[in-house]
Design a protein around this ligand. Structure first.
Ligand SMILES: [Zn+2]
Length: 50
């Protein structure tokens, strides 16, 4: 019996260091953070300058 090449597929998966969710997209994995979590980390101009 030969092993299916399908099994050799390497998936880049990692945990978000923010919400510890699964990073499925390559970009998220490269960034080490998920998209939604990244949004939160991004400083928005929501803050009122007094
Ligand atoms: Zn996250």
């Amino acid at each position: 019996m030969t092993e299916p090449e399908d099994h050799a597929e390497v998936r880049l998966v990692a945990h978000c260091r923010r919400c510890h969710g699964w990073l499925l997209s390559t970009k998220s994995v490269a960034a080490g953070i998920g998209r939604p979590a990244r949004r939160e980390s991004v400083p928005t101009s929501r803050r009122r300058p007094r």
